[in-house]
Design a protein around this ligand. Structure first.
Ligand SMILES: Cc1cc2nc3c(=O)[nH]c(=O)nc-3n(C[C@H](O)[C@H](O)[C@H](O)COP(=O)(O)OP(=O)(O)OC[C@H]3O[C@@H](n4cnc5c(N)ncnc54)[C@H](O)[C@@H]3O)c2cc1C
Length: 383
């Protein structure tokens, strides 16, 4: 129990956990091998209202708060971090589309999204680099009643599995920085779009790759927000995904800790359970303490969002701390299983899976710059 989760949220979380144990956990390792998300499972999740429940009912959501999205997200991630990308991408893109898209264009897509019938990607990073996110090169030019896109987005999660993507590109002059960026909603079946798939260390069921755009024509009606304002308006959605990513990786750390506590209480060495040795139990107690605290910070960020209060700094704190802590936690848990932890199996897959979020959605250095700017002021913390 904690002050953020009332009885309704706990019941929602319990329901999601039962589904995740029965339906998602059994395919965890198999999906890592086949490198594909399970579309049928996505639809089951949608039918149960597990995808972007925070969206209004007119868009297929349940009109619940962001904490509801958070508790479901945790339970899916606990069973399979890759499958929980379905929740993450739906909540991030769902917020962007519902706030900045033309209702007649985005409504049908949001209904498919919440039903688990569509997967949406977010395409920001380019080959030149991702940290300096406003320094985009992908070209978006206006030609009558369409935009024409040329260029490459890279390291995009679900690049080859997504049905559509939110794509950021430059409509302004090359040196226009954040003020010359426009966001478009782009169905992936348009002529001129191709993609590649990378061979990733972890998160292999969702995967990453490049998306190539060659004279891709997108109607003006698919613009998200105002022209040249895509970066300033649409990027605010990332505060939401940063708090969700925190819960996502900590859910993996928590299940790893549970299994490891149970293992060290039962396995013997030198005539005692492993947990009798402080080198074992204090290491786990230390990590368990930090995981508990980091989770509360993530819930606090979502609670602030639900209250309409500023939470950019808190979200950035979640995004740098939780992935680092989750990686350290799963690493130590793996070691507590001795040679068995090193075999291909759930623990080594978890370690591979959580590592990606020390990079994806922005590195620790960039998150700390965001926190510093919130605290000291933007002028005092230039890039
Ligand atoms: C698992 C995963 C999923 C991803 N999914 C997506 C996705 O769906 N969509 C998408 O658009 N992108 C995605 N990315 C890309 C990701 O957002 C970028 O990789 C990330 O923003 C960093 O950009 P980069 O890799 O180009 O590193 P660079 O920008 O080249 O940075 C390299 C290193 O330099 C450091 N650095 C850079 N600038 C500074 C600075 N000012 N101060 C201190 N250190 C600095 C960085 O922290 C980093 O350690 C994903 C990446 C991963 C690994």
């Amino acid at each position: 129990m904690n002050p953020y989760l009332d009885d309704d949220l706990i019941a929602l979380s319990d329901q999601a956990r039962r589904f995740a144990i029965d339906r998602i956990a059994p395919g965890f390792q198999e999906r890592d091998r086949t490198r594909t998300l399970d579309r049928a499972l996505m639809k089951e999740m949608g039918a149960l209202g597990m995808i972007a429940p925070e969206l209004p009912e007119e868009f297929g959501g349940l009109g619940m708060g962001c904490l509801a999205a958070g508790v479901i997200h945790e339970e899916v991630a606990r069973a399979d971090l890759s499958m929980s990308y379905v929740n993450l991408l739906a909540s991030l893109n769902g917020q962007i589309l519902s706030h900045h898209g033309r209702p007649d264009i985005v409504r049908p897509w949001l209904k498919r999204l919440t039903a688990g019938e569509a997967l949406l990607a977010i395409a920001l990073t380019e080959p030149r680099g991702g940290s300096d996110a406003a320094n985009l090169r992908l070209r978006i030019e206006r030609d009558g009643d369409v935009y024409v896109i040329n260029g490459e987005k890279t390291s995009i999660s679900a690049a080859d599995q997504a049905d559509a993507a939110v794509v950021f590109g430059r409509t302004g002059a090359p040196d226009s920085g954040a003020h010359g960026v426009t966001a478009l909603f782009v169905p992936m079946d348009l002529a001129g779009i191709t993609h590649s798939r990378f061979d990733c260390h972890g998160q292999r069921a969702i995967g990453r790759g490049s998306i190539f755009f060659e004279n891709v024509r997108v109607p003006l009606s698919h613009r998200l927000g105002d022209e040249n304002k895509g970066f300033v308006q649409v990027m605010q959605g990332f505060d939401f995904s940063r708090a969700l990513i925190g819960l996502q990786v900590l859910a993996v750390a928590r299940v790893a800790l549970e299994e490891t506590w149970s293992h060290v209480a039962q396995r013997q060495a030198f005539g005692k359970p492993l947990s009798a040795f402080q080198g074992v139990s204090h290491t786990l107690a230390d990590l368990d303490t930090q995981v508990e605290a980091a989770r509360l910070l993530c819930l606090q960020a979502l609670w602030l969002k639900d209250k309409g209060a500023p939470h950019s700094a808190e979200a950035a704190m979640c995004k740098w701390w939780a992935p680092k802590l989750a990686y350290e936690t799963v690493h130590q848990c793996l070691l507590m299983f001795g040679h068995g932890g090193y075999d291909r199996g759930p623990m080594e897959q978890r370690l591979r899976d959580v590592l990606g979020f020390q990079i994806g959605d922005g590195t620790a250095q960039i998150m700390k710059t965001i926190i510093a700017r919130a605290r000291a002021g933007r002028a005092a913390v230039p890039a």
